[in-house]
Design a protein around this ligand. Structure first.
Ligand code: NAD
Ligand code: UDP
Ligand code: UDP
Length: 313
């Protein structure tokens, strides 16, 4: 839409900054709103001079009166270290922040997409997880501020759709990685790459048989935009992620091979509530969006390793 931007909350974060890049490349106007809690200015530094890019420092737990035509709500710390740093603020961002963005969308009659998460499935009893699985979440554990916050945000999105006929979209994002992940976020991909590059021991939590499926950021951004382009009758939730499942030990071995590192593997205790298995069922995304991830773990890791090498240089 001419002159009116698309709002990306959390636009200075890992996923948000790639989404801003992609929307600008598509010719859109983009307004990035971020409070820089986990996001970094360097992630959007290259966009500062872009004529269709604007940024605003703002915390979405406070109301926001602006004019936009679409909203991608990504604002929320995503890594356990960061979302557990100030758990009350995490829940507020998920719930109060989502309410404010839904209120904004309602006033503007704008389409709004929520970045939800596979964590809504908790430590799943059903495997792989399809969208109709209700999850297995501890409501009072250390992950609850995020898991339950995101679940409540999904409730709000569903109720604004039912009650106000708002055009909402909910995507459940599974583990995603790529350049611009924070080196200090404690995620497994960034930890292993940094440890391998520094020749430090690779820290596997538990015995390393727990599984995850890792989606490269470009694949994920493509899918989010396809969901936003769906007609109003489609609100999701829809799983987005890579269905190729690896054990954490396999990931460690792959990182060691690709970096040529001689780091050894050591074991640390498994954090509490750490899900044993996680793999998306992306049948709905395949059927509805004609989408599936294209980037292999090896290719995606190569790009990510290149990025972390460039940070060290
Ligand atoms: P990130 O931490 O890099 O980005 C989140 C951004 O939100 C940061 O820029 C942060 O400063 C900003 N933010 C946090 N609280 C805010 C607030 N109250 N007001 C304004 N801005 C705020 O994380 P990410 O990996 O880019 O995740 C983006 C979104 O995707 C999050 O909502 C996350 O829950 C979701 N998600 C990510 C993954 C993943 O694997 N990366 C998986 C599932 C879901
Ligand atoms: N809101 C906002 N920007 C807007 C419209 C609303 O930030 O342009 C916030 C407002 O602060 C409110 C929340 O969104 O608390 C929910 O709005 P809604 O209209 O759904 O609820 P109400 O204002 O009736 O509480
Ligand atoms: N993990 C690990 N070593 C690390 C960091 C994480 O073995 O240095 C494990 C962690 O216990 C979990 C998996 O890797 O089983 C993925 O962790 P991450 O924090 O990246 O994502 P999430 O648990 O949110 O899926």
């Amino acid at each position: 839409m001419n002159g009116v931007p698309i709002l990306v909350t959390g636009g200075a974060g890992f996923l948000g900054s790639h989404l801003c890049d992609r929307l600008l490349a598509m010719g859109q106007e983009v307004l990035c709103v971020d409070n820089y809690f986990t996001g970094r200015k360097r992630n959007i530094e290259h966009l500062r001079q872009h004529p269709r890019f604007e940024e605003m420092r703002h915390d979405i737990t406070f109301s926001l009166y602006i004019e936009v035509w679409q909203i991608y709500n990504l604002a929320c710390p995503a890594s356990p270290i960061h979302y557990q740093h100030d758990p009350v603020q995490t829940t507020k961002t998920c719930v109060v922040g989502a309410t404010n963005m839904l209120g904004l969308a309602k006033r503007l009659k704008a389409r709004i997409l929520q970045a939800s998460t596979s964590e809504v499935y908790g430590d799943p009893i059903v495997h792989p997880q399809a969208e109709d699985y209700w999850g297995h979440v501890n409501p009072i554990g250390i992950r609850a501020c995020y898991d339950e916050g995101k679940r409540c945000a999904e409730t709000l999105f569903s109720d604004y759709r039912r009650q106000y006929r708002l055009d909402t979209k909910v995507v459940r994002i599974f583990n995603t990685y790529g350049p611009r992940m924070r080196p200090d976020d404690g995620r497994v991909v960034s930890n292993f790459i940094l440890q391998a590059l520094r020749g430090e021991p690779i820290t596997i939590y538990g015995n390393g048989t727990q599984t995850r499926s890792f989606c490269y950021v470009d694949d994920l951004v493509e899918a989010m935009i396809r969901v936003m382009d769906q007609p109003p009758d489609f609100g999701g939730p829809i799983n987005l992620g890579n269905p190729c499942e690896f054990t954490i030990l396999e990931l460690a071995e792959c990182v060691l091979r690709l970096t040529g590192s001689r780091s050894r593997i050591i074991h640390h205790p498994l954090p509490s509530d750490d899900p044993r298995q996680r793999r998306p069922d992306i049948g709905l995304a395949r059927e509805r969006l004609g989408w599936e991830p294209k980037v292999s773990l090896e290719d995606g890791l190569q790009e990510t390793i290149r990025y972390f090498r460039s940070l060290a240089a």
